[in-house]
Ligand binder design. Structure first.
Ligand code: CTP
Ligand code: MG
Length: 233
């Protein structure tokens, strides 16, 4: 009896973590719906879902056509929107009420390892409003502007304090919903989900990114990701 009470107490204290896998894009730069491309015998999307499932309690899949989504064995399938931000917002609206932590993941990053999911989730469990993987920049970065017929350098940006960010990105569910409400009111454009949380003053912790989480944008990226994952594309 006591054992059972203790067990349920333990379960109650565990954060309920859900992933939203966004796969409602059209793959314009890739030339086709890249989320359904083959990557070593499995689709890009099924690989992304499998990793999200391993690290999270539930998965919401956001797709263009709900009928396509049914075969992936996720908990919920919802229809996406015209922009990535709209697709995330629709996924967010579908989350079960008892979700504590939400992890947003691009379907187009099939190589993101489950350890990356666990690292961002752990930062949020530890008190961060959000956590995202970041990679240091190797090349020199310049700020440029158009002048006459060409482009000229305005300044060199110190890359020491710059990172490029990937998904999975984890957030406390409440602050994430508040961030989306503010977004709806302000009608601003954000290129990633962390940007929305920063916009309302949230603290977003960077963890070390992973080359395998590279986003497939063009056909070349598919080959690169396959190599990084040790697969044939
Ligand atoms: N995405 C989405 N809904 C949209 C646009 C994008 O769910 N309206 C998803 C994509 O399916 C992808 C991720 O967001 O998994 C990252 O977007 P991106 O790499 O830009 O993919 P696409 O929009 O499909 O590609 P493109 O911009 O070349 O058309
Ligand atoms: Mg896009």
């Amino acid at each position: 009896m006591l054992d059972n009470a203790l067990k349920s107490a333990t379960v109650l204290s565990v954060e309920n973590t859900w992933a939203i896998v966004v796969a409602a894009g059209s793959g314009t730069r890739f030339g086709s719906a890249k989320q359904y491309a083959d990557l070593g015998g499995k689709s890009v999307l099924s690989r992304s879902i499998a990793t999200a499932r391993k690290s999270c309690d539930g998965v919401v899949l956001v797709v263009r056509d709900i009928a396509d989504g049914a075969k992936f064995g996720v908990d919920l399938v919802v229809q996406g929107g015209a922009t990535r931000t709209e697709s995330v917002r629709k996924g967010l609206a579908a989350l079960p009420v008892n979700t504590d932590i939400v992890v947003i993941h691009d379907a187009a990053r099939p190589g993101a390892p489950h350890e990356l999911f666990e690292s961002v989730i752990n930062e949020v469990v530890g008190g961060a409003d959000g956590s995202v993987p970041g990679l240091a920049i190797a090349d020199t970065v310049k700020r440029v502007r158009n002048q006459g017929n060409g482009v000229i350098v305005e300044s060199t940006v110190d890359r020491v304090n710059l990172v490029t960010v990937q998904t999975p990105q984890a957030f406390g569910r409440r602050i994430f919903e508040a961030a989306y409400l503010a977004y709806d009111e302000q009608n601003l454009a954000f290129s990633d989900d962390a940007g929305l949380v920063e916009n309302i003053g949230g603290i977003v912790k960077i963890i070390e990114g992973d080359k395998r989480a590279h986003k497939i944008t063009t056909q070349e990226d598919l080959i690169y990701v396959a190599q990084m994952m040790g697969l044939e594309s």
